[in-house]
Design a protein around this ligand. Sequence first.
Ligand SMILES: Cc1ncc(COP(=O)(O)O)c(C=O)c1O
Length: 279
Amino acid sequence: MDDTLRTCIEHPFSQSAAPLSLYISDHITSPTAVVMPVKRIVHVCHAHGAVVFVDAAHVPGQLRPNIQDIDADFYAGNLHKWVFCPRSAAIIWRNPSRQHAWFRPLVTSAFEHRGLHEAFGYEGTKDDIPYICAANGIEYINRVGGLEKINEYNSTLLYKGVTYLEEKWGTKRLQVPDSMHSLYQCIVALPFIPGFSDFKETPAVTQVFMGKNLELQKLLLDKFDVQVAVVYVGQELMVRVSVSIYNTMDDIIRLADAVLALTKTEALFISDAGFIRVF
Ligand SMILES: Cc1ncc(COP(=O)(O)O)c(C=O)c1O
């Protein structure tokens, strides 16, 4: 195994004062869209005696991993991202060869003791409709041509789109090995945007839900009708380009133009209230 990767995975084990018993790893990271080598992560964590939960929220409808082969203790993925289902539809898998008696839902019901399927299937009075729609989401994927065809369309558009943005903006996508690129999402550095790129209090870590990035995300939506996640990666502002079968190059061009408009200082006016308006 690559030494750097092993060092990164082992770091929390060597730094933690108490024994580390649970390790949670994303399969595809959310703000940065990086595919993690989860099988290798699981291997190292198990060697340290830790239980591993793989958060694969972005995997169903995008990748088709061999979950048994990854061998985590738990593996969960959302169906409301790339399987076109309503929110709260998700799958959770428990490794049959690694029994953990404590594994049960936080919200319980009268079905709590009827086995895991029933215990998780009936959580309080939660609406069943998102679960029922799972079959429709899968049926829809097959109707439009199947997962391979969607993979092909999305990854081709993403590659073309990101290359276009790099050329237009004179910036670069996140540099990771090819095997770690997600098929549907990629983050690209933004060009200098006055009022945002020069903001002094940038966070030290990847940041999604607070700060100037969120303000810029809102501005792109409100003024240009472009919905895109804006994230800080270290000190750098980047956008996460996400494509699905309803997107075309026109959407990418619209994003490119909106950002270029924001780079032009004369297009911006900082009001007394500190809001930025585009004229
Ligand atoms: C890796 C990852 N975990 C968890 C979540 C949140 O999942 P949920 O919508 O089920 O709360 C997301 C959503 O973006 C995600 O990307």
